[in-house]
Design a protein around this ligand. Structure first.
Ligand code: UT7
Length: 320
């Protein structure tokens, strides 16, 4: 059995920044409300001609560079997205072509904001069982395209971006555990109902709908449980976690989980203030920020968690 070790991280945010003050001119909202209720100050928005695979390619190349690997060293690509370039082929296949490689498997996973953790857990199983040696795991989203920019309940929350990691098979400790969950009974609480109808993509009702308070309450409960589950599975206590790298949906949710873990804010990576909620890209983007600014060091124990539409939720506990 091998460990999956993170050997490189990468992130990419589109150039355009949309601030709360910009949103004040678009819907009936205020910077004060958004900051108080979510912690978000600004988010990045993809240009009209920028696709999810564009963002993914930037993040992937940065992760490969840090790893000192070329795309030819990869033997698997798993990409998490809710906003694929096309219905098919998968964005993972489009990314593979852009990286100038082929022949090995590439596929997408869809678990909305938990997508990166689903992708990471799947990649880890491939590595553990000897099915892959170097895996590119990406979370990439142009979520702004699923947002109704006249709906203040949702449009202030989301942003675009991509994050990536390269996992390599290693004898040294890496990913120690992953835990994934879903409960489809909640599929209507957070959804975008676009669908294919007799060969035509119906985009008219494809915008994101969310019963915010219900999602908020579920997120705090599910994330607290999944964090406890990860600690118990590894027989670790809270104070053995060096960094919490949470899904970046709402600062109040992040603070709630950190409080339950009794983790001081200095050991929690927060990017929601300047990224907004980038769905599947949120966790790998936050990880990349803290690796590159030197907060996360080799040997640190990290706890990653996320919750999103489905509902889906999960965790990964790893030695970086
Ligand atoms: O990534 C997947 C996971 N997603 C999440 O975890 C998101 C979970 N939910 C949340 O983060 C929060 O529920 C929101 C940030 C979405 C909303 O915050 P809230 O504190 O739950 O507000 P609320 O929905 O209870 O709304 C309170 C008031 C309402 O007005 P009334 O009915 O009290 O008059 C809303 O209409 O705030 C109003 N409101 C706004 N006001 C100004 C809602 N959106 C806005 C807005 N600006 N953008």
């Amino acid at each position: 059995m091998f460990f999956s070790k993170i050997v490189g991280t990468g992130g990419y945010l589109p150039e355009k920044i949309l601030t709360n003050f910009d949103l004040e001119k678009m819907v009936d909202t205020s910077d004060a409300w958004i900051v108080e209720r979510t912690g978000i100050r600004s988010r990045h928005i993809a240009a009209a001609n920028e696709t999810t695979s564009d963002l993914a390619e930037h993040a992937a190349r940065r992760a490969l560079d840090m790893a000192g690997l070329s795309p030819h060293d990869l033997d698997l690509i798993i990409l998490a997205t809710t906003t694929p370039d096309k219905l098919f082929p998968s964005t993972a296949c489009l990314l593979q072509e852009r990286l100038g490689v082929g022949g090995f498997p590439a596929f997408d996973v869809q678990a909305v904001c938990t997508g990166f953790l689903y992708a990471l857990a799947t990649a880890d199983k491939f590595i553990q069982t000897g099915g892959a040696k170097n895996v590119l795991v990406v979370g990439a989203e142009t979520f702004s395209r699923l947002v109704d920019w006249t709906d203040r309940n949702t449009c202030v929350l989301f942003g675009d971006g991509a994050g990536a990691v390269v996992l390599s098979a290693s004898d040294e400790a890496g990913i120690l555990s992953t835990h994934l969950h879903a409960d489809g009974r909640y599929h209507e609480a957070l959804a975008a109902n676009g669908h294919v109808k007799q060969g035509q993509l119906n985009q008219g009702d494809g915008f994101t709908f969310m019963r915010g308070q219900e999602v908020f309450k579920f997120a705090v409960k599910a994330l607290s449980q999944v964090v406890a589950e990860a600690l118990e599975a590894n027989q670790l206590t809270q104070n053995q976690i060096d960094w919490l790298v949470p899904h970046q949906a709402n600062k109040r949710i992040i603070d709630g989980i950190a409080k339950k873990l009794q983790l001081p804010s200095e050991r929690v990576v927060v990017t929601v203030d300047y990224h907004g909620n980038t769905s599947a890209a949120s966790v790998p983007l936050a990880l990349d920020v803290a690796v590159r600014d030197g907060r996360i060091q080799r040997g640190d124990t990290l706890l990653l968690e996320a919750m999103g539409g489905g509902f889906t939720w999960g965790s990964a506990l790893l030695v970086y």
